[in-house]
Design a protein around this ligand. Structure first.
Ligand code: SAM
Length: 348
């Protein structure tokens, strides 16, 4: 096997397969480099015939009603609903701060300030400190310990086995771009086009995504597993409204992570059409949405001030698949991973 050299910028190589560790902000996970026993990470294909499913049988998604304080305050001050784009701008800054935290250092800081509040009997500060501690612990568990948000093993199980070569990948609503980088590592040689209308996503979320984060993918020369880094990838980031893109059906993969659940039902056909519009006839549409499960409901309740600037639903894989199926997508693979539903589909 060809071995990559270790540098401070690229701290892991093929010699580190099966290694996992907790860094201050995220987990490094090089386990299962060969992407085996995928049913451990992806609960796949729970529906056998989409044409037999009805909304009456499966119900509608759960709407998360508790909004972030920043949004409530803005709406009070401006006496109007927050515009959708602005709500994304608030969300992206807030979510980015969560990802950038040095969690153990922040835990120490909170502990010592709580101690001071207890000493001085400052009840308001104690209450606030305990709330912050609870939210930080939840973030630590969900993102850092469980790795539920990036979930590289689950995402690789979902993305496995696509029939593409040097694919052009379009990521709609790319934010920091994680999933497109994971796909690019697995199917190298092509290019990724990321699109987000919030400029902060390009300048901060993507630009500050750690270049030292190892993505497990494939060596195009040998077909063997290989570690990839952001700066080895062929990525273009466009700050643009998806509705203004002038691409045609030219992408092998069109991807979105968390778009469909952010609009009510009357707008879902438009979101699905965004995907169909840019995918080649023999290409793939890949989408994920957060799962409707008790722990996710608790997460969005406790983390409301950090996460809930936008309209948000939680759905199950049957609901997600039925939206896709009813709006012109044939589902090739579907299932759920730790906290996401996932669908691989082709335009009908
Ligand atoms: C929920 S985020 C995707 C989840 C993402 N994985 C994250 O970590 O935040 C959706 C992204 O889509 C972008 N977006 C929403 N509507 C858009 C539009 N019409 N054109 C371009 N980007 C859009 C938002 O700015 C946001 O960054």
């Amino acid at each position: 096997m060809e071995l990559a050299s270790i540098t401070p910028e690229h701290p892991f190589s093929e010699q580190d397969f099966e290694y996992t560790t907790l860094l201050p902000s995220y987990r490094v996970d090089l386990r299962n480099a060969r992407n085996e026993q995928l049913n451990r990470f992806l609960n796949a294909n729970v529906v056998s015939d989409w044409s037999q499913l009805s909304w009456k049988e499966i119900g509608r998604p759960f709407e998360v009603k508790k909004l972030a304080k920043e949004r409530r305050d803005w709406e009070k001050e401006h006496e109007q609903d927050m515009p959708v784009k602005k709500s994304w701008e608030y969300f992206n800054r807030s979510f980015h701060n969560l990802f950038m935290q040095d969690v153990p250092a922040e835990q120490e800081r909170l502990k010592s300030s709580l101690k001071d509040s207890f000493k001085g009997f400052h009840l308001h500060d104690i209450k606030q400190g305990l709330g912050e501690m609870a939210r930080l612990s939840l973030w630590n568990y969900v993102h850092r310990i469980e790795d539920g948000i990036w979930d590289p093993r689950g995402k690789r199980a979902l993305f496995e086995g696509l029939d593409v070569e040097n694919p052009r990948i379009l990521f709609l609503g790319a934010a920091e771009g994680y999933e497109a980088m994971q796909l690019h590592a697995m199917y190298p040689g092509g290019e990724v086009v990321m699109v987000d209308y919030d400029a902060f996503c390009k300048t901060d979320r993507f630009a500050h995504f750690p270049n030292t984060y190892p993505f497990l993918g494939t060596n195009p020369q040998t077909g063997a597993p290989k570690v990839w880094y952001k700066d080895q990838m062929n990525i273009t980031y466009l700050v643009k409204d998806i509705r203004d893109l002038d691409f045609h059906k030219e992408f092998d993969i069109v991807l979105s992570v968390g778009l469909l659940e952010h609009v009510p039902d009357e707008h879902k056909p438009a979101i699905l059409e965004w995907h169909r519009k840019f995918v080649k006839d023999d290409g793939y549409v890949i989408m994920t949405t957060p799962r409707n499960q008790m722990k996710s409901r608790i997460y969005y309740h406790v983390m409301a001030d950090m996460m809930n600037h936008t309209y948000r639903e939680l759905m199950d894989i049957r609901q997600m698949g039925l939206y896709a199926y009813e709006n012109g997508l044939d589902i090739v693979r579907h299932g759920f991973i730790k906290v996401h539903n996932g669908i691989i589909a082709r335009a009908r």
